[in-house]
Ligand binder design. Structure first.
Ligand code: ZN
Length: 311
């Protein structure tokens, strides 16, 4: 399995266990303790929900940050392995000599008779994923922050809808009872059901479903996109460092359901072959072209690499 996809799965597991479950428990506790006896959402509820949502946001962001740290290393190793398969052990490029050091996973270059480290994980660490977010103008926390505000609003909306249904059901029941003052009357089943919508337990169930389905979907969509962005932008930055990388190929993932902009990126020919771009001209600098984009990049080497044994 692709390492980037493995990391996405790892994040999803973390999200379910460490982020969503505590959030769910806190929101349900809050709903039960509030009770909503007067069919209104008290200010204390909104305030507490804001605090709980902020805690959710912090854990969510913390998880992404630690995944980014892993990405920083894993992109390098994945890329190095790919490169190692393509490169002859000893090779030359335009009057310079390079050497693949498989053990230490680095590439050396001969400069005035001495072998110097040209590419290594340590050297690579100077590229910082976080810098990219600032260059882009929108930091990760800004991106997530937008979602978190919506989360609190949507939960309140779910509660409000339940309360409104319960309140109008009560009004209707009161009217029925008033009209039938002197005789016993049976409240219809559907009305009894609606009366229950304002019960804390029923509200909790509605909100629980919302958090497990829609809110999780939104959170994961952003996380997947950000993980893909971090992965692929790091990959492109990495490839730019080698003079003999001719291009970067945009490949469609196997689970590519329908035609979209990615089909164009993967087939456009700029003279280097279908889907191959000069390293500094990759669409979006390699970042996903749309949410759920699982395309992946590969390196295309300049064929003018001559094994030095043949010289
Ligand atoms: Zn795509």
């Amino acid at each position: 399995m692709r390492t980037d996809i493995k990391l996405m799965k790892q994040f999803e597991k973390y999200y379910n266990e460490e982020v969503m479950q505590p959030f769910l428990r806190a929101v349900i506790d809050l709903i039960r303790s509030t009770g909503f006896k007067r069919y209104v959402i008290p200010r204390s509820f909104k305030k507490r929900l804001g605090v709980i949502t902020k805690q959710w946001l912090k854990k969510y962001e913390k998880g992404l940050i630690s995944i980014f740290d892993v990405i920083n290393e894993e992109v390098y190793y994945t890329w190095f392995e790919e490169l190692q398969k393509q490169l002859p052990r000893q090779f030359r490029y335009k009057n310079s000599e390079y050497l693949v050091d498989k053990q230490k996973k680095r590439i050396l270059k001969k400069v005035s008779g001495r072998w110097l480290v040209h590419i290594s994980l340590v050297k690579r660490a100077t590229f910082d994923i976080w810098k990219y977010y600032e260059v882009d103008g929108l930091k990760l926390s800004d991106r997530i922050w937008k979602v978190s505000k919506q989360v609190a609003k949507d939960i309140q909306k779910q509660v409000m809808l339940s309360l409104q249904t319960g309140m109008s059901a009560r009004k209707l029941r009161d009217q029925i009872l008033k009209l039938a003052e002197q005789q016993p009357v049976e409240i219809p089943k559907w009305l009894q059901e609606q009366l229950k919508s304002a019960d804390p337990d029923t509200i909790a169930k509605v909100v629980e479903k919302y958090i497990q389905k829609k809110q999780k979907y939104n959170a994961m969509r952003i996380a997947r996109t950000e993980i893909q962005r971090a992965w692929r932008v790091s990959y492109v930055e990495q490839a730019k460092k080698l003079p003999f990388v001719k291009g970067i190929k945009w490949n469609l993932s196997k689970s590519h359901p329908e035609k979209d902009i990615c089909d164009e990126y993967a087939t456009a020919n700029m003279g280097l072959g279908p889907g191959v771009y000069p390293p500094d001209a990759v669409p979006h600098n390699g970042a996903p072209a749309h949410p759920h984009c699982l395309c992946y990049l590969t390196t295309v080497l300049d064929e003018n690499i001559i094994p030095s044994e043949n010289k």
